[in-house]
Design a binder for this molecule. Structure first.
Ligand code: NAP
Ligand code: GDP
Length: 301
């Protein structure tokens, strides 16, 4: 019988993925191999969806490159090694389009991960995550393990980290717009608003992850993307409308601008799931803003 263990099961993505055991950091610190082994001995999973990571937006990544490197390289190394020791049948790991080279021909495709240095803003996170791809390949090669990986773009939705300093752009902006409306203060956006991103709603990521765990069996990663780029300014407009915010919106170019764009090619995904219906960014933002207002007291922020 299958027993699916989800690491990072309490997070943004973890709350949308199907599994029998959902772990959070209170269950074990996955940077510690002894704690990881104890978890595998206790639950004896047959499949592992590995989501746990030190995750942050451009602000968090710029400030704590060492921590992002250490936490992620330890967590990933430990989880795949435990999957090997405890004979887990299949592992599904999460990479990110943030880990691609900064200077590379667009669009990003699955074969370009290692073709150059990542953007300096997320150097620690990116190199640690790239090693997860390397570890998947070499464990597949030497031990014949079924290690698969997905590469999502910028994910958002309920249960996100809405922290203003460390969160990703959509949850941070939702939190800031909420406070600006409450306090009658300007809504401050980092940078010019010109950078472009591809956003994907967490519920869609949940469905695609469940599909990949059942159906995708190659060690070559697969990009999970809408391939629909929007500017940060456009996203700001959607958030302002969702809150019916009437105050000033300020684009502060002294604050981090991040990478200009990282468009990702979803052709491989489309070849498997030509009819997959993505949630529109308009609908996703409306749902997330509603969720944040309703859960303001308990939301991660
Ligand atoms: P998240 O909401 O921040 O959740 C992170 C999860 O990891 C939480 O369950 C957290 O546990 C757990 N965790 C963190 N450090 C841990 C540790 N030392 N030991 C045990 N558990 C630990 O992140 P997410 O956005 O769902 O991300 C899931 C995966 O998708 C990650 O691998 C991330 O790199 C990848 N990804 C995310 C995005 C995005 O835009 N969010 C984009 C591309 C890829 P607690 O909450 O209980 O502390
Ligand atoms: P990235 O997609 O990995 O670069 O990470 P983010 O989700 O943090 O998005 C960063 C982009 O959003 C940059 O272009 C920032 O200038 C822009 N941005 C605008 N306001 C904010 C904000 O309040 N927080 C964050 N994290 N980014 C912001």
């Amino acid at each position: 019988m299958n027993k699916v263990l989800i690491t990072g099961g309490t997070g943004l993505v973890g709350s949308m993925v199907k599994g029998d055991i959902k772990l959070g950091s209170k269950d074990a610190d996955l940077r510690d191999f002894n704690q990881v082994k104890a978890i595998f001995e206790k639950y004896k999973p047959t499949k592992v969806v590995h989501l746990a990571a030190r995750v942050g937006g451009v602000g968090g990544n710029i400030k704590a490159k060492g921590e992002f490197y250490f936490d992620n390289i330890m967590i990933n190394t430990n989880i795949l090694e435990a999957c090997r020791i405890y004979n887990v049948e299949k592992t599904l790991s999460f990479l990110s389009t943030c880990i691609f080279p900064d200077n590379v021909e667009y669009p990003l495709t699955e074969d370009k991960i290692h073709l150059g240095a990542p953007h300096l803003s997320n150097y620690g996170y990116a190199y640690a995550k790239r090693m997860l791809d390397v570890q998947s390949y070499v464990y597949n090669d030497q031990y014949d393990m079924n290690c698969i990986s997905v590469i999502p773009t910028n994910i958002f939705g309920p249960n996100d980290n809405f922290n203003i300093e460390n969160g990703h752009v959509i949850p941070s902006l939702i939190h800031k717009c909420y406070l600006a409306k409450q306090n009658n203060t300007p809504f401050i956006v980092w940078g010019s608003g010109k950078p472009l991103r591809e956003f994907i709603y967490s519920e869609d990521i949940g469905k695609l992850t469940n599909w990949a765990l059942e159906n995708y069996n190659s060690v070559d990663p697969i990009i999970l993307s809408t391939s629909h780029e929007v500017s940060i300014k456009f996203v700001v407009g959607l958030i302002v409308n969702a809150f019916n915010f009437k105050g000033d919106v300020i684009f502060d170019t002294s604050l981090p601008e991040g990478q200009f764009r990282k468009p990702a090619d979803n052709s491989k995904l489309k070849s498997y799931l030509p009819n997959f219906k993505f949630t529109s960014i308009e609908e996703g933002i409306l749902k997330t803003v509603k969720w944040f207002i309703k859960n303001y007291q308990t939301a991660r922020k």
